[in-house]
Write a protein that binds this ligand. Sequence first.
Ligand code: SF4
Length: 384
Amino acid sequence: MTIENLISRFKETLENSPLDLARNWKIKHPRTKLIGCYPVYSPVELIHAAGMLPVGLIGAGNRLEIAHADSRFQSFICSIVKSTLELGLTEKLKFLDGVVFHSICDPARNLGSVFKRNFPDLMVEYIHFPQNMTSAHTIDYLVAEYKRLTTRYEELSGEKLTKEALKQSIRLYNQQRRLVRELYAIRREAPQNLSTVECYVLTRIGTLLPPEEHISILEEAIPAIRRRNEKPKDRIRVVLEGSFCEQPPIELLEGLEAAGCYILDDDFLLGWRWFPEDIAMEGDPWRNLANAYINQSVYSGVKHDTREPKSKHLIDKVKETGASAVLILAAKFCEPALFDYALYKRALEKAGIPHLCLEFEEKMWIFDKARTEVETFVESMLFD
Ligand code: SF4
């Protein structure tokens, strides 16, 4: 099968029912326990080292009708919270043995509690990530939180989570993240050879398959993509920001490119690309995981890090990639993304970098308005 056919097959599954990949895997491996990881970041190595499979629980796409969850959450809550609850209420998460939420925002915090009350058969865990990144106790605190989680996952899997197993899992996920970084580097250097949708599909399947399978897919895909030699089109080069949790529909991504943008970098599926460098292998692996979260992870609207302003990171990213503009693509009602936008707007204007801000919902079906806005923005830059 060609790489194009492979991507198109996965794309179809992701558009119709993203969790089918993991659900089908579970049918073939009924004894393995699966843990749904709500965005943004989960220490997937802990789950894997306990003999279980971490699965990205990253919304339901735009083919699921929200019939029950609307009545449980206010109308001003983002789509992913409702679609995740809808998946649970319609018994589409029966293949999972546990779920894990984190302290990213109030809706996600509440969703964790709603899951605990409504699905007593699921192990619902909640990670309290540190809100103070500079305290002398922060790493010890996070190590303790990861050790607490370790005990819970040992109980669920019935397996001892050993130091050696955790090191092996870190090694494996380091390899997976390295390959994903390579994919992103290819698109940044020659976006005509790898579309954003292809890059997205190849990254997203890694949240739904065992890392070993994802690694072998990427090891086959990357050399094939490197052999491409497409001619660049007359498009503007942008950095996309704001989609770190709820994911935009694939059709919307296609529309952005068709409207005249090469996306050189983005923050899709950010938790699964959380570390721009490998996590250390020497020493205590729990401490290495905690240290990586505090000192090695990417900037994000859901990570409270006062050491460097997020807007500086965004401006640096624009400069490093050679982009000429920024596309803010924020989920509707996503407070972290929209709060960030207030900061980004000021910083981008000060740096003289043009930007366009669009809101999306994972359940959206009609993309004409977004596409027209992007086309107008692109024309204003190309014919300035
Ligand atoms: S999309 Fe935004 S508001 Fe909604 S759960 Fe994610 S971070 Fe929270």
